[in-house]
Design a protein around this ligand. Structure first.
Ligand code: SIN
Length: 501
């Protein structure tokens, strides 16, 4: 069990949580990072492929690209913070502190800046197409040696200690005990919501825990309807794996079952259109013709993307014949509403990374900005969080955890959540479907409530979180009648997105 009262308690160990820990430790605070994962692969950061965008001393065009990709729904002040701090944060933490060896360019150029969809310039630092693990592993190793930081893995947060609008830590479960851990500030960095959908690029533990805990404590959430689907996910033997947008940046094109390239008729930027546009077009072409493949024949795929070649081969897919792709859930643009320092609406509670809604992404996130947002907001929240007093009253007791729900019960509840979200709260939504989704999720939430009793083991709390967050997404989607970015509402039978029909 971690120490009982760090200055800053960070929940989650992807790039956002680790950056928050670093920022707080640099400010002299004692930090505990509690993470339910037991392996680096438990964090979405580890899986990130394409890379991390930087401004290259030219933040304005980067800012414009983010705003355009979001259909001008992002918050300009938040985007300015991101783009103005991008270069310095990447240089300071990733290059100078962690020595991440980003790929070099040709002719002795220090970096090979990649291009992805909806970027107007080459500005993405990467390590092959496995950038995430090359950042995440040295970051974990660096903090494991840091005298101010303790990392408690296999330690799941099951609720916040909140009283009268002030968060004072969290209840943490490990080794059969749930114990209160009081802290001056609590930083949520618990990642996304992939487990709510049948197919996702997220690791399995992405159940939206931080968002659910924050919402239950009374924190504001925003933009929850904006769930981003990645257009090019290959599913082999039921196992989804991402084919990075960098592949389309390199010249790969999308073809339907008849071999027709359909994106030029959909958007002027064709395969490099914003992600929401490409995802809906892929779904429609799939429905119309039965298959969509990513044609990589215009360049030497194996040499350019050796990691992805190996990943395809390990799944029995031969890229030279075209990689079959479908859209799959990838990223939640909304989340716990925070300011430019990661402060939520509750005192002492911060949120960073995918669980946070900073306003950077608006209705649709630009490629390769998620690691950057986690880094920049993590550092800023971490530097701010040590300013809170330790809570004076400590009344909660530790409890032994009870029995988990039967595996069949858990599985069937997740099956129901995923079926509801896939059918009614996916890429295209209808008012009727969203109403049905809310009814079904409310029924399910009542059924799973007993599995999240105060002494319930983490799996019961996770299930309740998944239900809570699914309902938040469905409710937000039902309340927003305007189709924009990732939120696309159509009448039943409507041909929908005219350009993508
Ligand atoms: C990708 O490599 O296509 C994913 C990058 C991202 O989600 O930003």
């Amino acid at each position: 069990m971690p120490p009982s009262s760090p200055d800053v308690l960070v929940l989650g160990s992807g790039i956002a949580g680790l950056s928050a820990a670093l920022g707080a430790a640099r400010a002299g605070a004692s930090v505990t990072v509690a993470t339910k994962s037991t392996r680096p692969e438990g964090a979405s950061t580890w899986w990130a492929q394409g890379g991390i965008a930087v401004a290259r001393q030219n933040p304005e065009p980067f800012q414009r690209d983010i705003e355009t990709a979001s259909s001008d729904t992002s918050d300009p002040a938040a985007v300015e913070v991101l783009t103005q701090h991008a270069d310095a944060a990447v240089r300071d933490v990733l290059i100078d502190t962690l020595n991440v060896d980003f790929d070099a360019g040709g002719d002795g150029a220090p970096y090979d800046y990649g291009r992805e969809a909806a970027h107007s310039a080459d500005r993405i630092l990467h390590v092959d197409a496995s950038t995430g693990k090359h950042i995440h592993e040295p970051f974990l190793a660096y903090l494991a040696e840091h005298p101010k930081v303790q990392i408690a893995d296999g330690t799941a947060a099951v609720g916040l200690l909140a009283k009268e609008g002030r968060v004072r830590g969290a209840r943490l479960a490990s080794n059969g005990t749930i114990a209160p851990v009081y802290a001056g500030a609590t930083v949520l960095a618990t990642g996304g919501i992939g487990a709510l959908y049948g197919h996702s690029t997220n690791p399995a533990g992405a159940t939206g825990d931080g968002i659910a805990m924050a919402a239950r404590a009374g924190a504001d959430t925003a933009d929850m309807e904006f769930v981003q689907f990645h257009p090019t996910v290959c599913i082999a033997d039921g196992d989804p794996f991402l084919i990075s947008e960098a592949v389309r940046g390199e010249g790969a094109v999308l073809r339907d079952a008849q071999g027709e390239r359909f994106m030029p008729a959909v958007h002027a930027d064709a395969e490099l259109a914003p992600r929401d546009v490409v995802a809906r077009a892929v779904e429609r072409a799939h429905e119309r013709t039965g298959q969509v493949v990513l044609d990589v024949s215009s360049f030497d795929f194996e040499t350019t993307f050796p990691d992805l070649q190996a990943l395809c081969e390990s799944h029995g897919v031969d890229p030279s014949t075209g990689i079959p792709v479908v859209p799959a859930e990838h990223f939640l643009c909304g989340g716990i509403e925070v300011d430019t320092r990661g402060r939520s609406s509750l005192e002492g509670l911060y949120a960073v990374g995918e669980c946070a809604r900073t306003g950077v992404h608006g209705a649709n996130r630009l490629a390769s900005t998620s690691l950057l947002e986690g880094l920049v907001w993590g550092l800023r929240a971490g530097a701010t969080a040590p300013g809170h007093e330790q809570p004076a009253t400590r009344s909660e007791e530790a409890v032994q955890t009870g029995d988990p729900p039967a595996p069949d019960t858990l599985q069937s509840a997740y099956d129901r959540i995923q079926a509801i979200m896939d059918e009614h709260v996916g890429l295209r939504r209808t008012p009727e479907g969203l109403a049905r989704a809310q009814d079904a999720l409310r029924t399910l939430a009542a059924e799973v409530e007993p599995h999240a009793a105060p002494d319930a083991p983490p799996v019961g709390h996770e299930l309740q979180s998944a239900c809570t967050v699914a309902l938040l997404v469905a409710e937000a989607a039902a309340q927003n009648e305007v189709s924009v970015g990732c939120h696309y509402v159509t009448d039943p039978g409507d041909a929908g997105d005219p350009v993508a029909a």
